[in-house]
Design a protein around this ligand. Structure first.
Ligand SMILES: [Zn+2]
Length: 278
């Protein structure tokens, strides 16, 4: 976990850069790299890494290598996140100076959701703030609901943000859980196993009816997908809080209307179960 004051420091820096180099909601990563004389190379590196920042002691130059073999195409959502992550290693003094003076080994960065070291978490957080600056992200959360004519919150809000900011569904979800305009809870599962979750700070802290690393509740939309005949139900479903949670009986919030909507990633084989209240 990144300490709160460090998070504030990282987001201030990343959002300052994002606001200087943007075209509406799109952060112009290549312009950021150009201005700092960081050389960016999109190339084939097999499965060695997603991204890598190197310091060339002879020319005193920094180079970012982005691996297209892992799906990090230039201007793709994944490629943009990887580039933004490497820019984080460059812009965060402790990372860049550590590399320059040999205190930190050059390290391969991987685009995944597994447990990461603190410097990887910091670079991911920098990338998230650089690509999705708080105020723009919150403003567009409201705006895109008007644009789609669907004023109510749903998964469409996240998909609209993901398109406008050119960020993956998962990175958009994580950012929404942190600074979004609606309280959410989401479980990411694969092969009927709950892998991890995202929770807004103001979503109730109820006990789960499932465990991370275990199967997900059968009565939920994703649970039915896994246990029935793999029918993808993408609509908005009404359900009750105790399908997913064990809310305390004296908590009135448990009696509010709760919704669930699933997003299925064909490419990576995961399901996001998004849960929210009216
Ligand atoms: Zn990294």
């Amino acid at each position: 976990m990144i300490p709160l004051n460090r998070k504030t420091q990282i987001s201030k820096l990343a959002e300052y850069i994002a606001n200087e180099f943007s075209d509406r909601n799109l952060t112009l990563l290549n312009e950021v790299a150009d201005l700092e004389d960081v050389h960016v190379h999109f190339d084939n590196y097999e499965d060695a890494f997603d991204g890598l920042l190197l310091y060339d002691t002879k020319s005193s130059d920094f180079h970012i290598h982005i691996n297209v073999d892992n799906g990090n195409m230039q201007n793709s959502k994944r490629g943009r996140f990887t580039l933004a992550h490497e820019l984080g290693h460059f812009f965060l003094d402790e990372h860049r100076l550590g590399l320059k003076y040999g205190l930190l080994e050059p390290h391969a960065s991987f685009y995944n959701i597994n447990q990461k070291s603190l410097i990887e978490q910091e670079a991911d957080y920098f990338a998230s703030c650089l690509l999705m600056p708080r105020d723009k992200f919150r403003n567009y959360s409201v705006e895109c609901r008007k644009l789609t004519g669907n004023r109510k919150f749903s998964f469409d809000t996240l998909l609209g943000l993901s398109e406008s900011f050119q960020t993956s569904v998962l990175s958009t979800l994580i950012r929404f859980g942190e600074v979004g305009t609606h309280e959410i809870f989401a479980v990411i599962s694969k092969d009927n196993i709950a892998k991890w979750f995202v929770k807004s700070p103001d979503f109730p802290n109820w006990k789960f009816k499932f465990k991370i690393g275990d199967t997900i509740p059968q009565t939920t939309v994703a649970g039915e997908y896994y246990t029935m005949e793999s029918r993808k139900f993408t609509g908005i479903e009404s359900l009750s809080a105790d399908d997913w949670f064990n809310p305390p009986q004296d908590d009135n919030r448990a009696y509010r209307q709760m919704y669930e909507q699933c997003f299925y990633s064909d490419r990576y084989g995961y399901i996001v179960s998004l849960i929210w209240f009216d």
